[in-house]
Design a protein around this ligand. Structure first.
Ligand SMILES: [Zn+2]
Length: 242
């Protein structure tokens, strides 16, 4: 009798879980970045068959009279769950002080895959970095921005899982990044010894007058945590500069 009850409960749990999964995957399919960002200006800035991907930008999110801030997603294509989190949230916010453009790099060649949670050594990383330097860097360097934030995720090999850091040792980006971390409950300041992508975007931006820092999320954090952390980042950045 008791055993039967257990089996019944187990079957019920399995049914509920699979229904939940089906609903989650269905809503995930419908929530593309483009759908959520339809009301904003949307521009393709690179779409050549010579390149291993495309680059687009969503412009003028938030307060058009505020300071200009750029977010960049897609430099490392495997980190796309965190990129999608920014794309899902930022364009829907209506109480921002500043004006945001999101640069989206869509690597289409050699994206790679995570093997058993191991690190990402795919050619797609280099493809994204090359697209960043070729197309995103000049747009941001010449675009009158007060700040750029490059959005990444990591597989947990660092001392912290969710963190911000500047790729340079001094300058405005260092101050901004420390302030952002101070104002976020779940985001630390932690600078890894080196980055592979720095020379392709954030370092030259810092060296040419646009403070730029990294946001790193844990690749395998549950989606609700990614959402929570992203909101913390967005509002800390928004309140830092205006
Ligand atoms: Zn990355």
């Amino acid at each position: 009798m008791i055993k039967k009850d257990y089996i019944l409960i187990l079957i019920l749990i399995i049914i509920i879980l699979s229904l939940g999964m089906a609903i989650i995957s269905m809503s995930g399919e419908n929530k593309t970045a483009i759908n959520n960002t339809a009301p904003h200006d949307h521009e393709v800035i690179a779409n050549s068959s010579d390149d291993p991907g495309t680059v687009e930008v969503i412009k003028n999110i938030g307060n058009p009279d505020g300071r200009k801030i750029a977010y960049v997603v897609g430099v490392h294509p495997l980190e796309n769950l965190t990129h999608k989190t920014l794309l899902k949230i930022l364009p829907t916010l209506t109480d921002l002080n500043n004006c945001y453009d999101i640069y989206i790099i869509n690597v289409t060649e050699d994206i790679g895959h995570y093997g058993d949670g191991s690190s990402d050594n795919s050619q797609g990383r280099q493809n994204g970095q090359n697209l960043a330097l070729k197309y995103v860097y000049p747009e941001i360097a010449e675009g009158g921005y007060d700040l750029a934030v490059d959005v990444h995720s990591n597989v947990g090999a660092y001392e912290y899982k969710t963190f911000v850091f500047s790729p340079v040792k001094e300058g405005l980006s260092v101050d901004y990044t420390h302030d952002v971390a101070d104002n976020c409950q779940n985001i630390s300041y932690y600078a890894p010894d080196s980055t592979t992508s720095g020379p392709y975007l954030t370092i030259p931006l810092n060296e040419n007058g646009v403070p730029a820092f990294y946001y790193e999320e844990y690749s395998f954090a549950p989606q609700y945590e990614k959402d929570l952390h992203m909101l913390e980042l967005i509002y800390a950045v928004d309140n830092e500069i205006f």
